[in-house]
Design a protein around this ligand. Structure first.
Ligand SMILES: [Zn+2]
Ligand SMILES: [Zn+2]
Length: 374
């Protein structure tokens, strides 16, 4: 593909190989709760520091579901999708570090870079940020317009589908980088995408033991395959989960608990399974109230627990070490994502893709294949 590059908001077209001008591109547009359409929209023009990316693969995130089916959208119609990789198609006049044809991963946070938190390098706390796929149009599209600083080059060993798993991999890594993992017993509650990646990062970072807990045998099998030492189904014998965990850890319980399920039951359990002076890391978002029985709450005090929250996956220099580490670990095959991709759909079947993710049966990551090969 060739490109025209003109600055200052001048007309800029995407050209196909045969020189015919591509005026309309297909996007997955949410028009209202559950009103998901494939729209043809005008080709986006890049601003001087922006890039048009031809999206090759975009993963569906659990956080996309309330945007598509609930009241989670900031505006309509919105194009969702923030876990994406693709090829640079057009670059703005001021863009220095990227070229047409570069293979890139999207880092979807668009921080202001000037507020107090951005200046401290804590970008996820930015006071006036945008986010690709929620606050601005996202990646479930043939093409997406992205600030150039939100693109990271990827090596040839990575496929586009694997590269679309980099964003969730950075989220899992960011939470574990907040504590010292080496030599620790790590318990991961919930084995969705973030949990299965946390299992692998814990191993990567030198955990002495990694235990995965879920209520879904399909996901627990994947956890075992990708490196969990022990996989516990806490639904089978509801009162046995803690006992099994005690047994698996020789009575020590967990030095580090990573709560990824975002479920009130596991959010309470996280405190129960933590060892004295342990770390409880919350990364799963809550959509229901969490009630701590008084004896469980008291454990926070008696065990002198360290409770940490984690939000997104950024550090200085933007987007940060999470991104460089994830890209190289995935490229080296040290973090494996192919077993996590359970479903693939073409862009035209985005409706089915989102429903599959929502229904969640035997599902970890649903991947949308956006622009067709040309
Ligand atoms: Zn996500
Ligand atoms: Zn800021």
């Amino acid at each position: 593909m060739a490109s025209q590059k003109k600055g200052g908001g001048a007309h800029c077209s995407l050209l196909l190989g045969d020189s015919s001008v591509l005026k309309l591109v297909r996007v997955v547009a949410i028009h209202g709760p559950g009103d998901i359409r494939i729209d043809n929209v005008e080709t986006p023009n890049p601003g001087s520091n922006e890039v048009i990316v031809r999206v090759k693969a975009c993963g569906i995130c659990g956080s996309d579901l309330p945007r598509a089916f609930g009241d989670g959208a900031h505006f309509y119609p919105v194009v969702v999708g923030h876990e994406a990789a693709g090829e640079v198609a057009v670059i703005g006049s001021q863009v220095q570090h990227l070229h047409v044809g570069d293979r890139v991963v999207v880092a979807p946070l668009v921080p202001c870079m000037s507020c107090q938190f951005c200046q401290q390098g804590v970008y996820s706390l930015c006071r006036s940020y945008s986010f690709i796929g929620s606050r601005q149009q996202g990646c479930m599209a043939e093409y997406v317009r992205v600030p150039s600083r939100c693109l990271v080059k990827m090596p040839p060993e990575l496929s586009y589908e694997e590269a679309a798993m980099v964003e969730p991999a950075t989220v899992s890594l960011h939470v574990l980088l907040r504590v010292g993992v080496a030599g620790s017993r790590v318990v991961v509650l919930g084995t969705g995408t973030i949990g299965l990646l946390a299992v692998q990062w814990a191993r990567f970072l030198g955990a002495s033991q990694v235990i995965a807990v879920d209520i879904d045998d399909f996901k627990l099998e994947i956890a075992t395959k990708i490196g969990a030492d022990v996989a516990i189904n806490s639904a089978r014998e509801p009162d046995q989960g803690l006992a099994q965990l005690r047994e698996a850890t020789d009575g020590h319980l967990a030095d580090i608990v990573v709560e990824t399920a975002g479920n009130p039951a596991t959010q309470v359990q996280a405190v129960e399974v933590a060892a004295s002076n342990g770390h409880v890391l919350y990364v799963g978002t809550a959509d229901k109230d969490v009630h701590f029985p008084a004896p469980t709450f008291e454990m926070i005090l008696r065990k002198e627990l360290n409770i940490l929250g984690s939000w997104m996956s950024y550090s200085p220099p933007f987007p940060g070490k999470e991104w460089s580490m994830a890209i190289s670990a995935l490229a080296q095959g040290r973090i494996r994502v192919e077993d996590l991709i359970t479903h693939r759909f073409e862009l035209d079947h985005a409706n089915l893709a989102l429903e599959t993710m929502r229904d969640g049966i035997n599902t970890v990551k649903v991947m949308l294949l956006c622009a067709k090969e040309s």
